[in-house]
Design a protein around this ligand. Structure first.
Ligand SMILES: [Zn+2]
Ligand SMILES: [Zn+2]
Length: 495
């Protein structure tokens, strides 16, 4: 690390005149802690860039000034930025700028949807692919990153920042970007700049294990196991479980159906409107904790989705489980009383082309593709879930299960679905077993595996009749609102 002269390192803030010290040789900008102006280091001294907004409260074990070891290398967090998507209904996220003491190398550390990522800017910036070619699911070759799949395309802007930064993150300036994913956890971002003062950049990195961080504070980067906290519905005052205040974005009240966005790390809720009540109570109660396949999980959300095939409406039910900071979110999905355990896959791990997809060297054959809509939703979600939200859901069947791909115009999400028995789910959550598919197996035929994103369009009238009977029998003992609800069978009875 070069030392630089004291003049390089210390100067008055060009906005308010307060003393400003650059601790890190590689820092290109700093937010004045007195007047909140972003100040850039230039050949001619310090220059004002723009005022940053107040920081949003997003909980993290990292903070400006945090020190420790990352894979035995000494680091310090020099600053952070908070970024928001433009024209998309999502909450801001933050990235920490971390500097390795020995080399002065800067890394960006981000936590999203229950996973940790690092990226580095590729210097100098190579030529980026034309923005118009980028579509969710597009496969391409990128410098440094290699073969990748475009996972998300959008526009973003820096809203706030603090500390020192390895580049000039001009607040409020909108830049087109795309996130990509490659084999072996490769992850990165193409940022196209604003065509004027902000140059294009390529960031490449990967997903990492939070256990590789040792903070001097002794606090693990991976927070302790998730525990159920509570927040209050702004409409009915009901106490709602909240397990992931750092990543949760929307909550739908299980008592009154009020939809709220979660702000300031879960401290405040803002009511947005009402969601229709699901016609059935979730079989796994919201807030239920269990041990599922070696992982402690909490059931936090329930969704009913449907698709129309040849004039018939098919529905299936999904349970969102939070499995703690290192594993993130997983799903249980039920259709025709058959269950699937659904785990997310990085899009870059799967090469889909035409009628097949390649995953870990194996072939998965195209099975079906449907347009799937959210019909009912209740609980806590890591995205701004809405009734009517639609994705194109495609399935590929192969060794061990089904690959499910869900795509809309801005992103693609992949998951792997393996069959799981209702008995195993009942034991995991210590609840009564769900109705067994065995009773209906002679009628339902071979539905095979179905993903969280896909319906299996097998409509058997006998099943409907049996389910209506079940509904009538069980609805008598239905246990009122939310939590301790009784499973009353799939709602195949139409609208
Ligand atoms: Zn200042
Ligand atoms: Zn409520």
């Amino acid at each position: 690390m070069s030392q630089g002269s004291p003049l390089d390192r210390q100067a008055p803030c060009p906005n308010c005149g307060a003393p400003m010290t650059f601790k890190f040789a590689g820092a290109r900008a700093q937010v004045c802690k007195y007047c909140k102006y972003l100040v850039a280091r230039t050949d001619r001294g310090l220059a004002k860039v723009g005022h940053v907004a107040d920081l949003v409260e997003i909980p993290s074990p990292l903070a400006q000034g945090t020190t420790g070891y990352w894979d035995k290398k000494r680091f310090e967090v020099e600053g952070r930025v908070q970024i928001d998507r433009v024209g998309a209904s999502s909450a801001p996220w933050q990235e920490f700028a971390l500097v390795l003491q020995d080399t002065g190398d800067a890394y960006w550390i981000a936590y999203a949807q229950g996973r940790w990522y690092w990226t580095r800017a590729v210097e100098p910036t190579p030529e980026l692919p034309p923005l118009g070619r980028l579509r969710p699911g597009a496969q391409m070759q990128l410098p440094v990153a290699g073969p990748v799949v475009i996972a998300e395309v959008g526009r973003r802007k820096v809203i706030s920042a603090e500390g020192e930064l390895p580049f000039v993150a001009a607040p409020g300036v909108v830049t087109p970007y795309a996130d990509f994913s490659g084999p072996n956890g490769t992850f990165g971002t193409l940022d196209y700049g604003d065509g004027q003062s902000i140059p294009p950049k390529l960031f490449v990195g990967r997903q990492f294990d939070p256990a590789t961080f040792k903070l001097d504070s002794g606090q693990p980067l991976e927070a302790p196991q998730a525990k159920v906290e509570a927040c209050t519905c702004p409409n009915c005052g009901g106490s709602l479980p909240l397990v992931a205040p750092g990543t949760a974005e929307r909550i739908v009240c299980k008592y009154c159906g009020t939809i709220s966005d979660i702000r300031q790390g879960g401290a405040a809720l803002s009511a947005l409107g009402q969601a229709p009540r699901p016609p059935v109570n979730p079989y796994i109660p919201l807030g239920a904790e269990g041990m599922l396949r070696g992982n402690r999980v909490i059931c936090i959300g329930f969704v009913i989705r449907g698709t129309t095939v040849e004039g018939e409406r098919y529905r299936w039910r999904e349970y969102l489980l939070y499995a703690g900071p290192s594993l993130g979110y997983v799903w249980l999905m039920e259709e025709d009383l058959k269950w699937q355990f659904v785990t997310p896959l990085p899009p870059g791990e799967v090469q889909a082309a035409g009628m097949e997809a390649i995953y870990r060297g194996s072939r998965y054959a195209y099975k079906q593709s449907v347009s799937a809509q959210v019909e009912y939703v209740v609980g806590e979600f890591y995205w701004k879930v809405q009734v009517g939200e639609t994705v194109q859901a495609t399935e590929y069947q192969g060794p061990g299960g089904v690959i499910s791909s869900e795509r809309d115009e801005s992103e693609v999400n992949l998951s792997f679905c393996v069959p799981i028995s209702g008995q195993e789910i009942a034991q995991a959550f210590r609840i009564a077993p769900p109705p067994a598919p065995a009773a209906f197996s002679s009628f339902t035929g071979s539905s095979g595996g179905t993903g969280a994103g896909c319906a299996n369009p097998t409509l058997i009238w006998v099943v409907i009749v049996v389910i209506i009977i079940l509904f009538v029998i069980l609805s008598d003992c239905e246990g009122g609102t939310g939590g301790g609800g009784v499973y009353v069978g799939p709602g195949f009875s139409g609208k």
